[in-house]
Design a protein around this ligand. Structure first.
Ligand code: ADP
Length: 295
């Protein structure tokens, strides 16, 4: 009868419509399940003309990509930490065993090596804990009016013996009376980290130039060295934790690749910006821009 026909038609269409509408929802649900199981690359494509469903599926896909990236970063981080810890501990262990077996006399030189490795471990642990503070919460700034020119001069003064030992020439052009509201200790950490790098990666008798000026409230600090430089392909990773260019890995400077990660976070906590320009074999230029009235 016509009425049965209509009913059947209605049921068929509505089930078709609901199928068309529900299918993508099922797939989205499955995708969410896949994320829960950590199978980020098994995410299925969702085909739908419904705008909201399309948005939802895209958001879930982005979530999967983000989580996947974070997981590989985390894995790399544990491998890197394990590696960084293993080397100094192995050195300490072999030295102590040699002392105990009487193979070696614990003379100043050998004890110096052990001491150096322990210092390296201590630094690593300190940097790791700084990193976790920076990555867990917002950085808490202990704000006050900071005399940036004095702070920079004072920090440079503490580096002078190091520079002198390496025959590094320091050229500075520091505008007087540059001030900013910020965290003095953390701003000094920024200076120390960058100057330490400039010192480490500059060869004997090289030069380091330090500039500070304030132009219409726009504060700029430039620390430029004539050191080994950073290869072009490494530049974009330089702020990532544990990243060290091969050039610096080959050196015995014993860095951890955490310093710049922390430095960037500290500059950004002051609403500032840090950029690095570099040329392999020529040198590196670190530029920090801050705003006099950021707070
Ligand atoms: P590290 O403890 O290894 O110095 P950083 O995070 O401070 O860690 O720096 C990361 C990497 O960036 C360094 O290992 C080095 O490869 C490169 N780098 C940083 N500053 C300089 C510089 N002034 N000259 C050359 N390379 C640098």
């Amino acid at each position: 009868s016509p009425s049965t026909c209509i009913t059947t038609f209605a049921i068929l269409t509505s089930s078709n419509i609901s199928k068309k509408f529900l299918n993508p929802i099922y797939i989205i649900k499955e995708n969410a399940k896949l994320i829960e199981k950590g199978k980020y690359n098994k995410i299925k494509e969702v085909k739908t003309n419904t705008y909201e469903l399309n948005e939802l599926s895209l958001t879930i896909k982005e979530l999967a990509i983000k989580l996947d990236e974070q997981e590989s970063l985390r894995k790399r981080m544990s491998t890197d930490i394990a590696h960084e810890l293993r080397t100094p501990i192995a050195t300490i262990q072999s030295h102590i065993e040699a002392f105990m077996d009487g193979v070696w006399q614990p003379d100043v030189e050998k004890l110096g090596i052990v001491h150096g490795e322990i210092t390296r471990l201590t630094n690593l642990i300190k940097e790791l804990s700084d990193l976790s503070i920076i990555e867990s919460d917002e950085i808490v700034l202990n704000k006050s009016l900071v005399h940036l020119s004095h702070l920079l001069e004072k920090t440079l003064l503490s580096f002078e013996p190091l520079f002198m030992n390496k025959g590094i020439h320091l050229y500075k052009k520091i505008q007087n009376d540059v001030q900013i509201i910020g965290d003095e200790t953390l701003l000094q950490r920024v200076f120390i980290n960058i100057l330490t790098n400039a010192y480490k990666y500059t060869n004997d008798n090289g030069t380091i130039k330090v500039n500070l000026d304030n132009i219409d409230g726009h504060i700029r600090i430039i620390i430029e060295d004539s050191g080994i430089g950073i290869p072009q392909e490494d530049l974009k990773y330089i702020f990532e934790r544990f990243y060290r260019s091969d050039l610096s890995r080959n050196r015995v400077t014993g860095g951890t690749g955490i310093g710049l990660t922390i430095t960037k976070a500290l500059v950004e906590a002051h609403n500032g910006q840090i950029t690095i320009e570099s040329q392999e074999g020529k040198g590196t230029k670190v530029i920090i821009e801050l705003n006099e009235k950021f707070l």
